[in-house]
Design a protein around this ligand. Structure first.
Ligand code: ADP
Length: 453
């Protein structure tokens, strides 16, 4: 199988058809990512000032939420010591102020909606309507130029404007990201790997706040929309999920009545009650996108513990276990398309057939490699620069396994009454950035599939 040729022709076809894409609705999470690269001396000085003993209490066990500066600094130390990522809500105003004064090295668009809006609208030129919970000047400045719109209600009438023209002067939803490299050392604590701690000074996204324009004018907003991508459900908890999920259900019903295919971009959802509730809603969606950790977490709440463990115990992830899990998920919920991505390969299980499903995956893998290689992809033509990135070697065994098990040919097989599409991905050895790469993969493949139809 010559993947090089398939990559090249899939890319050309998606690129030449992208101009035909209709409007894409993106909801609900957008925020500001403020990245601070930690420095040893600075951090040690801050810990001393806040009280070393007090701070170190939290380096042993994370608080539930951050209520003061020692908790913030202790949580950062907790992450460093373990090389583990963690994210906590910052409740106190004075700690939020402390974080703002500490400042940042870099501002980035955050939230799946924000990231996808900049990619689809700002890079591919596909018109998008985005839900931005709070549109401050800082938030607006992070949107790229291009056909990106937010609804604005003016004396009861709805207008679509670019976020920079919204001029709403609303609040900042800032996720403070404290990054450290592998080997970073403070007070003798050494980070076993690179990672980050995130303190969210954001009252809107974690509660899945839905703007009045979207609550009151949803049918008008979706009137000319062709596709929808839904995300941001991951931070909900069993205490606050009911209200937002009720509105989302109503929104999906509207989309389904209008025949607008909706994709759910799944993200790791720690709360099991919420995960189960999302699972209950999945059948309303056309499509869902997830990685191995997320698929395993879904298997867990479906009572498939054995499959869940299997998904996390092989490197690369066992594709037969993935296919089994996708089949269970599709059969249980009725979702029509499942797009699985992992380091090295992607799979799509669909209840319809066609090479365009595989070709859209190829396009998305090239987009992901371009993002990893360049950091920022400025135009769709930049994606071609990833052509020379080699196809992952480990994916060969994965492909052979699928050929043996399902008689797969050219990346396509028939499994039960579904089509299974497979592609080996291109892996950039020294990536410039992998932030939001999962969102790049899922949105490129979903939109790519529809422009190829
Ligand atoms: P995130 O939430 O950070 O976007 P995901 O797990 O959703 O993480 O997406 C990560 C995906 O990015 C992996 O499944 C893999 O396919 C892809 N990826 C990661 N690193 C690279 C790389 N260096 N080159 C190409 N693709 C990568």
């Amino acid at each position: 199988m010559v993947w090089g040729g398939l990559y090249a022709s899939a890319f050309e076809r998606v690129r030449s058809s992208m101009g035909n894409a209709g409007r894409v609705l993106l909801a609900y999470n957008t925020n500001i990512d403020a990245v601070k690269y930690l420095e040893r001396k600075d951090l040690e000085k801050r810990v001393e000032r806040a009280g070393r003993e007090e701070v170190f209490r939290y380096a042993d066990g994370l608080p539930k939420r951050i209520e003061n500066v020692p908790q913030l600094l202790g949580s950062i130390l907790w992450s460093i010591r373990r090389g583990k990522a963690a994210e906590l809500f910052v409740e106190s105003c004075s700690t939020r102020f402390y974080m703002r004064q500490w400042n940042w090295d870099e501002l980035r668009m955050g939230g799946q909606v924000g990231i996808m809006a900049n990619l689809l609208g700002g890079v591919y030129g596909v018109p998008v309507i985005a839900h931005v919970p709070q549109l401050s000047g800082l938030q607006a400045s992070l949107f790229k130029e291009g056909p990106i719109y937010v609804p604005k209600a003016e004396s009861g009438r709805l207008k679509l404007v670019h976020p920079k023209e919204f001029a709403g002067d609303e609040e900042n939803c800032i996720h403070h990201i404290y990054e450290f490299p592998r080997g970073f050392t403070v007070f003798g604590l050494k980070a076993p790997r690179e990672n980050r701690f995130i303190g969210s000074a954001d009252d809107y996204n974690p509660n899945l706040y839905i703007r009045p324009e979207f609550r009151e004018h949803f049918e008008e907003i979706t009137a000319d929309v062709e596709l929808a991508i839904i995300s941001g459900l991951q931070a909900l908890t069993k205490e606050n999920y009911r209200g937002p999920l009720k509105i989302i259900k109503e929104h999906i019903e509207v989309l389904n009545e209008l025949g607008i295919p909706a994709h759910l971009e799944f993200a790791f959802t720690p709360d099991e009650t919420v995960r189960k509730a999302i699972l209950g809603l999945l059948g309303e969606f056309w499509s869902v996108g997830l990685n191995e950790v997320e698929l395993a977490s879904v298997m867990e709440v479906m009572g498939e513990k054995g499959l869940a463990e299997k998904l996390l115990s092989h490197d690369p992830v066992d594709p037969i276990a993935v296919t089994e899990a996708m089949l269970r998920l599709a059969e249980k919920t009725g979702v029509r398309r499942i797009h699985f991505h992992t380091y090295g390969y992607y799979l799509a299980l669909t209840d319809y057939r066609g090479e365009f499903v595989r070709d859209a995956l190829l396009f998305s893998a090239l987009a992901a490699a371009a993002k990893a290689k360049l950091g920022d992809v400025r135009s769709i033509n930049d994606i071609v620069k990833a052509t020379d990135v080699p196809v992952n070697e480990k994916a060969k065994a994965v492909e052979e396994g699928l050929v043996r098990e399902y008689g797969m040919k050219d990346g396509i097989a028939e499994v039960n009454s579904y089509q299974l599409a497979f592609i080996p991905t291109k892996i950039v050895a020294k990536p410039k950035s992998t932030v939001g790469i999962g969102d790049t993969i899922s949105s490129s493949a979903f939109v790519g599939e529809f422009v190829l139809r």
